[in-house]
Ligand binder design. Sequence first.
Ligand code: 13P
Length: 256
Amino acid sequence: MRKPVIAANWKMYKTVSESRKFVKEILPACESFTGVEMILCPTFLSLAHMSQDLQGTPVKLGAQNLFWEKEGAYTGEVSPYLLSELGVTYGIIGHSERRGHFGETDTQVNNKVKAALSFNLKPVVCVGESLGQREQGVTTKIIENQLEQGLSGLDSTAAANITIAYEPIWAIGTGRSASAEDAREVIAFIRQWVSRKFSPGISKSMPILYGGSVNPDNIGQFLEQEEIDGALIGGASLKEDAFIKMVTVANNIKKL
Ligand code: 13P
């Protein structure tokens, strides 16, 4: 049985003090939850502070991006080596905003996945199609390409530490989420791909999340789907009460 995952991607929001205030407010409610994996992905600036604030709690930290080299003359970049000292558990890789605004390619995604794993960071690999691609009926082809290239050269041991997030680009920040059935269908396709590529066992245990306009009102619909293990949430994860509501739904919906 897979544990549901609620991952908050704060993108370029929240100062360090706002991030720390959020943690202070959610911890009393979240500390007793054992049936859900809770992950906060703040900006790089807040990671060191939040790492201290979250010590000894069940809430995990994730980075929103990382670079593939260990260290060197790479102005502006942050490596998994540097992140690992802070107790960062996860790293979001290949988010569509990084692909779209910063030209990140599947090859770079692959390099980042390998680098993250080599420093014991768990990659949360994002895949998803544009509206045009969905309308052309090539969604699964696009997802398959992203997976083939992004996860190329990995063995089953590596794959066992990977989480995949299906985030249709047209559903991100638009208030227009995919239907639970659309999300389920693509996630089932991803799970079959993982089974073929790695093994049925890996496919059974791999967390596969949905992301795109998830909020406290619609999260239940997604988590009720057997195939969907949780959500990667942007806008709605910025508010303490909304985050607590969504984590509560996840904690109650699928008991271990
Ligand atoms: P929204 O929840 O704001 O649509 O963002 C989703 C997302 O991009 C999470 O990574």
